[in-house]
Ligand binder design. Structure first.
Ligand code: ISE
Length: 347
C-alpha cells in the first residue's frame, strides 16, 4: 500500500514537530498538505517538503481528495468544526488535546462518531505511549502492587507561553493527569478540587501558580497533582502509584548519571515536554499511521482507524477540566457528571 497522505492542520510548535516526525521518523506516511491560519508559515513549510502543498482553508484541506487522514494541531476552539468535517468526509483524524473546549460540543462529537459506527477519532494523549507509563500500567494490571489506592503526580514546567492563565493550568496541563488517572485506574473521575497555595512571586499576573488538584475516582481512589508551571528550572513530570503491596514511581530522569566537577554527581533534567515525550509522540503517531492504513486497506467494512484513546476519552477529560475550572473559582470540590456511556451505542 502506498504511503498515507496526511494533512497537518496547525503548524505551530506541536504541528511543526509532527511534520518533522512524519517526514523523518515515521514509516508509511508522508505530509501531503499543511495548513495554518498564518498562511505564510504554512507556505514556507510546504516548500521544504517534497510533494507537499499548503492549503489555506482547513475545511478544504480536510475535504481534499488527495488527503487520506488528518492530524489536528490547531487551537482548541477550532476543533469541533474540524472534527465534524473529518467525520462528514470519513477521514481518520488524530486530534491534539483538547477534543473540544466544552463538554456539550465534546459530547456532540462523541455522538456523531458513534452514529457512523466507525472509530475515526484518536485523541493525542501521548503519555499512554510513553515507555514508563506503559510499564507502570502493566505493573498495575498484573497486580504487582496489589489494589492501587493513591496516585501522586507532579507536573512542572519551566515556563509557559505568554497569556497562559490560571484556567490554562487546568485545561492544558492538568488534562494530562486526568487522562493518566483514567488510563492507569481504568475508571472515571468523579470529583475535582483545585487548591491555590501561596503564589510564586515570579508568576505573571492572571496566573495562579502553583495549583494543587485533588481528584477522586468513581470507586473512591485519591489522586493529588502539584501543578507548577513557572518553576524556571526544567520540565518535570513524576507519577507515583501507591498500592496495597507497595508503590512505584516514574519520571525520575535517571537515564545517565555522570560524575562532574569534584564533589558533584548527577544527570540532566529534561528541558520541555517535546523532549521528555519525544519517543512517546513517535510511538503514538507510528501506531496511529499503522492503524489508519490497516483500516483503509480493509475498505468499507473497516470500523476502527485508531490505536489509542478515542473521542470518549477526550470528552471525559474535557468534563473533568471544566469542573476543575469551576473549582478554581470557589476552591471547593466539584462533582463530575458524565452522560451514561451505555446510552450512546458505539461510544
Ligand atoms: C502543554 O500544552 C502540554 O500539552 C504539555 O504536555 C504539558 O506538560 C504542559 O503543561 C502544557 O502546557
Amino acid at each position: 500500500m502506498s504511503d498515507l497522505r496526511v494533512a497537518v492542520l496547525g503548524v505551530g510548535l506541536m504541528g511543526a514537530d509532527h511534520v518533522k516526525r512524519i517526514e523523518g521518523r515515521i514509516s508509511g506516511a508522508r505530509v501531503a498538505v499543511v495548513n495554518d491560519y498564518l498562511t505564510d508559515k504554512a507556505d514556507a513549510l510546504a516548500a521544504t517538503i517534497p510533494g507537499c502543498r499548503s492549503v489555506a482553508d482547513p475545511l478544504d484541506a480536510i475535504a481534499d481528495p488527495e488527503v487520506d487522514a488528518v492530524l489536528l494541531a490547531t487551537p482548541g476552539p477550532t476543533h469541533e468544526k474540524q472534527l465534524l468535517a473529518c467525520l462528514d468526509h470519513r477521514k481518520p483524524v488524530l486530534c491534539e488535546k483538547p477534543l473540544t473546549t466544552d463538554p456539550q460540543s465534546s459530547l456532540e462529537v462523541v455522538r456523531r462518531e458513534a452514529e457512523l459506527g466507525k472509530r475515526l477519532i484518536q485523541v493525542g494523549f501521548m503519555r499512554r505511549f510513553d515507555d514508563e507509563y506503559v510499564a507502570l500500567k502493566a505493573m498495575l494490571d498484573e497486580g504487582e502492587l496489589g489494589r492501587a489506592l493513591v496516585l501522586h503526580c507532579v507536573h512542572r514546567n519551566p515556563a509557559v507561553p505568554h497569556g497562559f492563565d490560571s484556567s490554562n493550568v487546568v485545561r492544558d496541563s492538568l488534562v494530562h493527569e486526568v487522562d493518566v488517572t483514567r488510563f492507569l485506574f481504568d475508571e472515571e473521575v468523579s470529583s475535582v478540587q483545585i487548591v491555590r497555595p501561596t503564589p510564586n512571586s515570579a508568576a505573571p499576573e492572571g496566573l495562579s501558580d502553583p495549583q494543587i488538584a485533588i481528584l477522586r475516582t468513581a470507586s473512591g481512589r485519591h489522586v493529588d497533582v502539584e501543578l507548577f508551571v513557572t518553576t524556571g528550572v526544567a520540565y518535570e513530570v513524576r507519577t507515583e502509584v501507591v498500592g496495597e503491596h507497595g508503590s512505584a514511581m516514574i519520571g525520575l530522569d535517571v537515564g545517565l548519571v555522570r560524575k562532574g566537577a569534584p564533589g558533584v554527581w548527577g544527570g540532566t533534567i529534561t528541558p520541555g515536554f517535546r523532549e521528555r515525550f519525544g519517543r512517546a509522540y513517535d510511538n503514538e503517531i507510528q501506531r496511529w499511521v499503522d492503524a489508519v492504513r490497516t483500516g483503509l486497506a480493509a475498505g468499507e467494512a473497516a470500523t476502527d482507524f485508531t490505536d489509542g484513546p478515542g473521542a470518549w476519552d477526550g470528552y471525559a477529560a474535557t468534563v473533568v477540566c471544566e469542573a476543575g475550572v469551576v473549582s478554581l473559582g470557589t476552591g471547593e470540590p466539584v462533582e463530575v457528571t458524565l452522560v451514561d456511556r451505555d446510552s450512546i451505542p458505539g461510544a
